[in-house]
Ligand binder design. Structure first.
Ligand SMILES: [Zn+2]
Ligand SMILES: [Zn+2]
Length: 435
C-alpha cells in the first residue's frame, strides 16, 4: 500500500468500528472524574490497551497510563495523548452528582480518539508500513480541579506538579519522546496559533484587627489593603502589550469575618496569563510590586504565594500543515476550516510544546461553550470517529515508510530543554513576603 491507500484503509477500519467507538465515548462521558482521581477512566484505558494487545504501564503520575506501539524499525518516537480528567460543572446533564464533575471540556472524546487511533495503528497491515515508535499516553489532571486536594498530594510528596503533563515530564515520561500530539473537542475543526500560559497566585494581606466602630484607628484594614492592590493592578493594564495577551483575573476567597471588626486578613486569588514566559513574568512582577506597595502604604504585611503555572503553547506551523491537509482533504473535505486561532485560555499541552514539536488541534462534533453545562456532543460520528481518524492520519504522515516526515518535524527546534523548563516551573511555585 502507498501512503494514500494506507490512509484510506485506516479510515475504513475506523468506520467499521463506528459503533464501538461511540459506545466507548459515551461510556467515558458517563464516568467524569477529577484531577488525579481518574481511577475508573484510567482502568478503562488499561482495559482497552489490554484488549488491543499493546504493552502498557499504569499508575504513572497516579492515574496516567502509557502504552507502546513499536514498529521494530528505526524512526522517531511520538506521543499521542488523551486527557483523563473532567471539570466541575454540576449543572451539566452528565455531571456526577456526588462530585459535580462533568466532561464539559470534552476530554472523554479526545481520550476516546487516542484509543481508537491506538487500535487501528496496531493492526498488523498498518503497523508494517510505519517506522519508529508510538507512545499512547493517557494524562491526568489538565483542569487541575480541587486545588486543595492536589496541594495535599504535593505535600505528601506523591506528585510535584498540579498538571498531569508537567508531572509526567518531571517523572521522565517525555525523555524519549521527540514529537507530541493531541486533539481537543470543539465546535469546529481549527488549529491554534498559541495559548496563554499562566501563574496562579494567592495574594494574602495581613493587617491588624480592631473594633470597627469604636477604635478603627488601632487597626490595619486588610480589605483596604486588598482594594488598593486591586486598583494598582488595574492601573498597570495599559502597560501590557497587545501581543502578550495578558489577562489578570481572580476572586476573593477571604475578606474579613464580621462587619464590626476591622479585618486582619484578606486574600485575593489571581491568575496572571500571558503569551510567553517573559510576558507572564513581567505581569506577575507588576502584581507583586502592587502587593508590596500596599503593604508599605498601610504598614501591614503581605505575602505572595505563587501556587502553580502552565507554559504558553507554541505552535509548529509545519506540523499544523500535515494536520490541516488530513482534515480538509480526507476527514472533512469541503467544510470550513479556520487556522491560527489564538486562545487566551491555557492548557498543559503548552508545557509539552515548550520541549518538543507539538500539535494541539481541535475537532468538531460539539455544541455549546467548553466549561459550561451546554457543551455537549451533537454529532457522535464527528466527536468519536472522525477525531480518531485525524490522529491516525497524522501519525501515518509522520511515520509512513522510513518516517522521513516525522524525522523532519522531530528536528524542529524546541523552545527550551527540560532542565530550564523545570526551573521555570519551580519559580511558578515560590513565595515572597512583604515587606
Ligand atoms: Zn478545559
Ligand atoms: Zn480541555
Amino acid at each position: 500500500m502507498n501512503k494514500d491507500e494506507l490512509k484510506r484503509f485506516v479510515s475504513s477500519l475506523l468506520d467499521e468500528r463506528k459503533d464501538e467507538l461511540i459506545t466507548n465515548g459515551e461510556a467515558l462521558l458517563r464516568m467524569p472524574e477529577l484531577s488525579y482521581r481518574e481511577y475508573k477512566t484510567s482502568a478503562f484505558v488499561c482495559d482497552f490497551f489490554q484488549k488491543t494487545g499493546l504493552p502498557f504501564r499504569k499508575d504513572i503520575a497516579i492515574t496516567g497510563v502509557r502504552a507502546e506501539l513499536d514498529t521494530g524499525k528505526d524512526g522517531p518516537v511520538i506521543a499521542i495523548m488523551g486527557e483523563l480528567d473532567a471539570i466541575i460543572v454540576p449543572n451539566h446533564p452528565f455531571a456526577d452528582p456526588s462530585t459535580g464533575a462533568a466532561h464539559a471540556c470534552g476530554h472523554h472524546a479526545a481520550l476516546n480518539a487516542m484509543l481508537g487511533c491506538a487500535a487501528v495503528l496496531s493492526h498488523p497491515e498498518v503497523k508494517k508500513h510505519l517506522s519508529g515508535r508510538i507512545s499512547f499516553m493517557a494524562t491526568p489532571s489538565e483542569e487541575c480541579q480541587d486545588q486543595p486536594y492536589i496541594a495535599g498530594l504535593i505535600k505528601e510528596k506523591k506528585i510535584q506538579f498540579f498538571s498531569g503533563k508537567s508531572e509526567m515530564i518531571a517523572e521522565n515520561e517525555f525523555d524519549d519522546i521527540q514529537i507530541a500530539m493531541m486533539l481537543h473537542a470543539g465546535n469546529s475543526n481549527f488549529t491554534v496559533s498559541g495559548f496563554n500560559g499562566f501563574v496562579m497566585k494567592r495574594l494574602i494581606f495581613k493587617g491588624k484587627s480592631a473594633h470597627a466602630g469604636a477604635y478603627p484607628e488601632q487597626g490595619v484594614n486588610a480589605v483596604s489593603m486588598m482594594r488598593s492592590a486591586m486598583a494598582l493592578i488595574d492601573a498597570q493594564r495599559d502597560t501590557f502589550r497587545d501581543e502578550d495577551h495578558i489577562r489578570i483575573h481572580g476572586y476573593i476567597p477571604e475578606g474579613g469575618q464580621a462587619v464590626n471588626v476591622v479585618p486582619d486578613q484578606a486574600v485575593f486569588t489571581v491568575q496572571v496569563r500571558g503569551a510567553s514566559p517573559q510576558a507572564i513574568r513581567d505581569a506577575s512582577d507588576k502584581v507583586d510590586r502592587c502587593v508590596h506597595g500596599t503593604a508599605i502604604a498601610f504598614g501591614g504585611k503581605a505575602t505572595v504565594e505563587n501556587i502553580f503555572g502552565f507554559m504558553p503553547l507554541v505552535n509548529y506551523p509545519e506540523f499544523d500543515e500535515i494536520h490541516i491537509r488530513n482534515i480538509t482533504g480526507i476527514v472533512a473535505p469541503g467544510e470550513p476550516f479556520t487556522r491560527g486561532v489564538y486562545r487566551p485560555a491555557s492548557t498543559d499541552m503548552g508545557d509539552v510544546s515548550m520541549l518538543m514539536p507539538s500539535l494541539h488541534g481541535y475537532f468538531r462534533g460539539f455544541a455549546g461553550t467548553a466549561h459550561t453545562d451546554g457543551f455537549l456532543v451533537t454529532d457522535p460520528v464527528q466527536a468519536y470517529v472522525d477525531s480518531a481518524k485525524i490522529l491516525a492520519l497524522n501519525a501515518i504522515d509522520l511515520l509512513f515508510g522510513d518516517a522521513g516526515c516525522g524525522k523532519d518535524i522531530g528536528a524542529l527546534p524546541p523552545m527550551m530543554g527540560k532542565d530550564l523548563y523545570l526551573k521555570e516551573m519551580r519559580a511558578f511555585s515560590s513565595s515572597v513576603e512583604y515587606p
